[in-house]
Design a protein. Structure first.
Length: 317
């Protein structure tokens, strides 16, 4: 029997914080045969055959109230973000410089499309109709999507579509998209584990993929700079430009609203959580809005800095 790589194994894959900072993978290791055997053939098959399962949402999430609003707000946003990532990845596939990168980004494109479907489908699991789920995503597109995701998308498309810069596009995706959002997804997985185990499972599956995406994207940029050290200054400028943009976006406002709803839900349903810890030694029920947001921000910064150092771009940290 073929050994399942640790990053594709539901039972032993590292969490985002560990894997996104330390895992090393190359596009050659994560080519199309790898994806077909270990992602489609093992990781996803275990979901489809029921080997990996989770309990449905609790009544606290299924019925109207702040917890449900927080879940809908988050999963509609994630649906839209994954959809945009899928579309942007088509440019990385088109401009891939070799077969290994072509195959890897083809698989990542499929992964992101899967994620968009999984996040939207969970809105149905949480009791929404198709029409209600589509309406929630549309509202998100007109509000937090327009404020945060649209400017980020335009920045990425300026690099990928307009400049046709493959390595710059990989860097933007690795540092400014997954390097920022993956740690927040880790927090989400921990938050919903008791209140909505099936939501946490959706996050877990997406996070396992994102660890692989981060690791391979980092390896591509690192090898490129080892071969072309003269390109380093241009990529440093791109990271700094992207980080300035991110700092200007109202993502903290989006998260504050979401965490405020979640906090209201904790006040009402915190008894369901028992001693469940959000991180070692800290019960979720005892945390506050600012504490959770500060943790997500710290995790994002640490993950970005670790990956930038690996990519030989630590001056941008």
């Amino acid at each position: 029997m073929t050994r399942i790589p640790v990053e594709a194994d539901w039972d032993s894959a590292p969490g985002v914080l560990e894997g996104a900072r330390e895992l090393e993978l190359t596009p050659g290791q994560c080519d199309l045969p790898y994806w077909l055997e270990h992602v489609a053939g093992s990781m996803l098959r275990r979901l489809s055959d029921g080997t990996v399962t989770a309990a449905p949402p609790t009544e606290a999430v299924l019925r109207p109230g702040p917890l449900r609003e927080a879940l809908v707000d988050e999963f509609a946003f994630r649906t839209l973000a994954e959809d945009k990532a899928t579309r942007a990845l088509s440019f990385l596939v088109f401009h891939a410089p070799d077969r290994e990168c072509l195959e890897f980004y083809t698989t990542q494109l499929v992964d992101e499309a899967r994620h968009a479907r999984a996040f939207r489908d969970h809105l149905l699991v949480a009791g929404m109709s198709d029409r209600e789920a589509d309406a929630a995503v549309a509202r998100t597109a007109a509000t937090s999507g327009a404020a945060v995701l649209d400017p980020l998308e335009e920045f990425g498309l300026a690099v990928l579509r307009d400049r046709q810069d493959f390595y710059g596009g990989v860097l933007v995706l690795t540092v400014l998209v997954e390097g920022i959002l993956a740690p927040a997804a880790e927090l989400s997985e921990r938050k919903w584990k008791v209140l909505d185990p099936s939501a946490a499972l959706v996050e877990r599956g997406a996070n396992m993929d994102e660890i692989r995406h981060l690791a391979v994207g980092s390896a591509i940029v690192r090898q490129y700079l080892m071969d072309r050290p003269e390109a380093r200054s241009g990529l440093l400028d791109l990271v700094r430009e992207g980080r300035r943009l991110w700092d200007e976006l109202p993502m903290q406002d989006v998260l504050y609203r979401r965490e405020s709803l979640f906090q209201e839900g904790l006040a009402e349903h915190g008894h369901l959580l028992g001693d469940h810890e959000i991180w070692p030694g800290r019960r979720l029920v005892d945390t506050g809005i600012e504490e959770r947001m500060a943790a997500a921000e710290r995790w994002s910064r640490e993950t970005q800095d670790a990956r930038l150092k690996y990519m030989l771009l630590d001056e941008a940290s």
